[in-house]
Design a protein around this ligand. Sequence first.
Ligand SMILES: Cc1cc2nc3c(=O)[nH]c(=O)nc-3n(C[C@H](O)[C@H](O)[C@H](O)COP(=O)(O)OP(=O)(O)OC[C@H]3O[C@@H](n4cnc5c(N)ncnc54)[C@H](O)[C@@H]3O)c2cc1C
Length: 463
Amino acid sequence: MEQQKVIIIGAGISGLAAAFYIKKRKPEAKVTVLEASGRIGGKIKTVRRDGFVIECGPEGYMARKPALTNLINDIGLGDQLVHSGTGTYYIYVNHQLRKMPAGSVMGIPTKLLPMVTTGLVSPWGKLRAALDLLIPHVYRDKDISLKEFFERRLGSELVTNMIEPLLSGIYSGNLADMSLEATLPQFAAIEKKHRSLILGMKSIQPPKQAGTPKKRSGQFLSLSCGLDVLTEKLASYADEIRLNTPVAHVAPRSVTLEDGTVMNADAIILATSPKQFGPLLDFSEAWSLTNDKRTSTASVAFAFNKNEVEPIDGTGYVVSRKEGLTITACSFMDRKWSYAAPENGTLIRTYVGTADNASIVEESDEVIEKKALADLRKIGNIGTPLFSVITRQIDTMPQYTVNHNQRVQAFEDALEKMSGVYACGAMLHGVGLPDCVDTAMHVAEKAAKALTDEERTQTNSKR
Ligand SMILES: Cc1cc2nc3c(=O)[nH]c(=O)nc-3n(C[C@H](O)[C@H](O)[C@H](O)COP(=O)(O)OP(=O)(O)OC[C@H]3O[C@@H](n4cnc5c(N)ncnc54)[C@H](O)[C@@H]3O)c2cc1C
């Protein structure tokens, strides 16, 4: 029997994890990864310079989701896993850095005393937030925006001063557009079970995870060798990786490259950026995902000599939008990850660009760098950087807008009709690295099972 062929489109974490899981299930199949750009990794990119280890895309991942930790252990990188350092987290609001109240999770209070004493919210705002204890259900199995959900439960002041800066820092989206069910399903579930968010959040304890380092600190994990080592290692499981090979069209059992070459395969897995699904598949449900909102952001990492930066007791801060600054957040990377800077260095990473103000991302490196540095200096005592690294994500950050899950379901139902074609990636079931790996694993297992079934059918028909 001829060797079965699998084509994977996109060499980000999703495509490379899919390649690993296909090879794990079907080592005899030939797996080829086609990548449009000249490098593997997609949004994962690590720059090493003068002793600094600079993550230009994701820096780590949530420890409570096991898929990526399992994968890292499977490929033998478990000894490189590190927990982030912990420390105070701040919000810059009313021209001041204010501590995030202890016990707040994504800006949602779970402890009353720190909330009573915080200067982040006025007395009226605190009273309004406490009404969460009494308010009836807001989510009734019908998707609503994060803004509507949190404002109705906790009031607009808490949302503006605490929740919005944090969530838009993480998702770089507009809370008024973002889907509760798709972006933060855990909050919909908590409200469903406990009604009050404040009471419900108290009951959550992160599950213990096998294979993670014993010493616990931050809830975030990363690899001390740099995240690009993960993608390099995963890439080594594929039989072939073709860079600078953009795919133009996908049909059952064949893909057409931009240069017109047609390649045949028994299974095809799409793992591209969100905006590619429509053009590649060209059916209406795929276009509806492509036509959903995306944002553009950039991050600027500044490397300093330690004595150029007045230390603050914390790991970083987010900036409230009403401050009118260019930067939306700032991380003291070597406070979180000791390997990020040499002993005498400090690495500060800032983020610019929001759903409402993406134009800054189009500015020149010089302008972005100048504005980001000026903002840092408004907030802290910051000297002259040794160098900086700017990374742009233009129109590639998916926004899960209201009813996203329904659109994904319709897309997946329609895709079922394209025999042997599968899809994964950050567009579908979560943008976090563990979500991408989880989706890739399920899709790869489905594809591997279909290949095995096909093999059996062919063997039986020959008998
Ligand atoms: C700045 C930033 C910070 C982040 N921080 C975190 C974090 O700390 N933790 C976390 O969990 N997540 C984080 N995320 C999210 C996470 O990094 C992404 O969701 C994830 O990396 C997406 O992986 P992917 O493989 O699905 O897509 P991508 O990484 O976008 O890969 C898709 C690949 O497909 C290729 N491609 C596109 N079109 C074609 C085509 N036609 N033919 C062939 N190839 C094609 C692209 O070139 C690309 O290489 C962050 C994202 C960004 C941008």
